[in-house]
Design a protein around this ligand. Structure first.
Ligand SMILES: [Zn+2]
Length: 280
């Protein structure tokens, strides 16, 4: 930093950041279900690393429950033969994604599993808050061993919820990439704008829409498909996918799109079809 080669170091709090360390790549070795990390030595892993000539950028991280080692490796893949289909994807809150080819992916936060975890989380948060109140010394909050215990299980539940959400997005984006489209069109998201609506903000945050776009982008790249992002102001929902007229008075509560020309369709499906037309 003093030589002017890099910027200022960032403060890393033990409370906020995910513990992760870099391990020297030239000292890294892998052998079956064991990996060699510098200064630590051989460590048992539950999965064996795939064979590769060279591993790069090994990192060790902790997600609150398990320790992970992740490495980069080069692999030759053959790009598959693509179909001529163009898929438009409309992402949202009622459904995670609606594709113009008829594929629909549900909102995982409305599933029984996710709701159960959320409910349990709410209970524990109430519990820990009660404990803080109970053990207050004057104006000061005291952390007792029981509070530490409950906070640990809260952290594990947050981890579980993130895993449920990320897994669902991975499955959805992989299923779309598996149809081998020649192009995928998505809308440029305005998540920070949508978050301002406080009735919707929690639902939007739980959908991890940026993560969806990120995964879709790299999975398209992997199969060699084009990934197109429509402009933020493209009226994908307001346009009629049949005659091209723009319906100005479309409300967020209108779930079906109805046009003067007699065209009638599900709102998200109409938007997905409009997006798919942008690639031609
Ligand atoms: Zn129309």
């Amino acid at each position: 930093m003093f030589k002017g080669q890099s910027g200022k170091p960032k403060f890393k709090s033990r409370k906020r950041s995910k513990p992760a360390v870099y391990s020297r790549y030239d000292r890294f070795k892998a052998n079956g279900c064991r990996v060699y990390l510098e200064k630590i030595g051989w460590v048992q892993t539950s999965e064996s690393l795939p064979e590769a000539d060279k591993y790069s950028n090994p990192r060790v991280s902790f997600d609150g429950k398990y320790w992970y080692v992740s490495v980069g490796m080069e692999q030759k893949t053959e790009k598959p033969e693509l179909t001529r289909e163009v898929i438009g994807i409309d992402v949202g809150v009622t459904q995670l994604a609606v594709c113009s080819n008829g594929m629909v992916f549900k909102n995982i936060n409305q599933s029984a599993d996710a709701r159960k975890v959320e409910k349990r989380l709410r209970r524990l948060q109430r519990k820990v808050s009660r404990k803080y109140e109970m053990n207050k010394e004057g104006n000061r909050f005291v952390k007792t061993r029981n509070i530490v215990k409950v906070e640990k299980s809260i952290r594990l539940l947050h981890r579980k919820l993130t895993n449920i959400r990320t897994n669902h997005i991975h499955q959805a984006t992989s299923a779309i990439a598996k149809t081998k489209p020649s192009a995928v069109v998505m809308e440029e998201l305005n998540v920070s704008g949508m978050m301002k609506n406080r009735h919707l903000s929690k639902a939007i945050a739980g959908q991890k829409l940026y993560e969806f776009v990120r995964q879709m982008k790299y999975k398209c790249e992997k199969i060699g498909a084009r990934f197109i992002q429509a402009d933020k102001w493209f009226p994908s929902s307001k346009l009629c996918s049949c005659c091209g007229k723009i319906k100005q008075d479309l409300k967020l509560s209108d779930r079906t799109y109805e046009c003067d020309c007699g065209f009638k369709m599900d709102r998200d499906m109409n938007a997905a079809i409009n997006l798919s037309k942008l690639a031609k």
